[in-house]
Write a protein that binds this ligand. Structure first.
Ligand SMILES: [Zn+2]
Length: 273
């Protein structure tokens, strides 16, 4: 981290830590990583449910030179853009690869600097971790990440506040492949994702095995073509989280059709927004 970045991080930590510390007793915001329906009920906006004609493929824990390039090649061959939630410590090892992901048109999210369960981190170190990762990833990729996903999907109050201060929105997932286990196969990943796969889904997968069983990414990579085929069969277009979750801008026609006194257009409900 260069001195400028270190100063910005210190400033950010100071700003957020005050309010976060006051909320320390509330810091054990439910660990909502595993129970899908519970997660949806408690925090519908964080499950990443987007437009029904789309699905968002998301990949955590990279970048890793031994696996991520193969995901990038496959996605490029299929003409698909996805979202990569990067880890700061992995970006430091492969900054060029992090830049390549962004240059290929994929969305960039922050997964943290270190991959640690936030339930066991105090507010100051939580804010420092997220801020450092955000600054590093922004500098390395040339994009300001808009999405934040905590390790293990466990959000705390401090993390929510830190992400908001940095202009990031927390996004978990609505479907996963359990692709991190040693027993995962391409078939099991496809089947497990399919159990909760609907139009509008955000799918959690991993392009690196730094926190998973060694080599488990091969099952993910093996499942990906079939998952893309399954989505295409249903008519669901794979998109980035920005395309999935950003509200559509009103068209000029709709603006002209505004009634006097109305100051908003595009009031149609967007699931999960
Ligand atoms: Zn992770």
């Amino acid at each position: 981290m260069n001195p400028d970045t270190r100063r910005r991080v210190a400033l950010q930590v100071g700003r957020v830590a005050g309010s976060a510390a006051a909320l320390w007793t509330a810091n054990t915001f439910p660990a909502i990583s595993s129970a899908g329906s519970l997660r949806a009920a408690l925090a519908p906006t964080t499950t990443g449910i987007g437009r029904p004609g789309q699905v968002a493929f998301t990949f955590d824990d990279g970048p890793d030179p031994s696996s991520t390039p193969q995901f990038l090649d496959l996605l490029a061959r299929r003409g698909v853009r996805a979202t990569f939630f990067l880890l700061g410590f992995m970006v430091r090892r492969a900054p060029g690869l992090a830049a390549d992901i962004a240059a290929a048109g994929h969305d960039i999210g922050v997964h943290g600097d270190l991959h640690r369960n936030l339930l066991f981190r105090d507010p100051v170190s939580t804010v420092a971790d997220i801020t450092a990762a955000h600054e590093l990833i922004a500098e390395t990729t040339g994009t300001r990440p808009r999405w934040y996903r905590p390790p293990y999907g466990i959000l705390t109050t401090s993390a929510v506040l830190a992400a908001a201060r940095l202009g990031m929105r927390p996004v978990l997932w609505s479907s996963w492949g359990r692709d991190w286990t040693a027993r995962a196969t391409p078939e099991s990943v496809r089947r497990t994702v399919g159990r909760r796969l609907t139009g509008g889904a955000t799918i959690l997968l991993h392009d690196a095995d730094c926190t998973s069983a060694p080599g488990s990414w091969r099952s993910t990579l093996g499942a990906l073509p079939a998952l893309l085929d399954d989505s295409a069969e249903q008519g669901w277009q794979p998109v980035t989280l920005t395309d999935h979750l950003t509200p559509l801008r009103p068209t000029a026609t709709r603006e002209r059709s505004l009634e006097p006194g109305r100051d908003r257009v595009g009031d149609r409900p967007e699931a999960g927004l």
